[in-house]
Write a protein that binds this ligand. Structure first.
Ligand code: HEC
Length: 101
């Protein structure tokens, strides 16, 4: 019986709220201002998802890439990236690595 609960919880995690929640997280953090159909020259979510697909299945990748996003590179420092908390950055990178659906 227990296994059924565990299984349905896993399904809930996979197909339930999480994807939506992370898109909302992106929304709340202003990511959509630049990364969704705007004049800004920011890569689309689909492009980002393709670029970051290589990190799928790597433990800790979301945290490392989230940190990278927060730091910015020498040339591109973007306020919306820098002001993210480590946790939010990790969650968002997890979403992107998982395909940004
Ligand atoms: C002010 C516009 C702007 C906002 C807001 C913004 N971005 Fe970006 N983002 C950019 C631009 C421009 C680039 C491409 C330049 C670069 O790679 O740094 C970029 C690049 C990225 C990259 C690729 C970085 C790399 O080097 O691989 C990721 C991932 C990303 N953004 C995620 C986010 C997330 C998550 C949010 C919401 C917190 C967000 N962005 C908000 C403009 C923005």
């Amino acid at each position: 019986m227990k296994i059924i609960y565990v299984f349905s919880f896993a399904v809930f995690l996979l197909f339930g709220n999480t994807c939506q929640a992370n898109r909302q997280l992106a929304n709340r953090n202003g990511c959509m201002n630049c990364h969704a159909d705007t004049d800004y020259d920011a890569p689309s979510w689909a492009e980002l998802a393709t670029n970051y697909k290589k990190y799928q299945g790597q433990p800790d990748a979301a945290r490392i890439q989230g940190e990278r996003l927060r730091q910015g590179t020498f040339f591109t420092k973007i306020k919306a990236h820098q002001k993210l908390t480590p946790t939010t950055a990790t969650d968002l990178m997890e979403w992107i690595i998982d395909g940004a659906k």
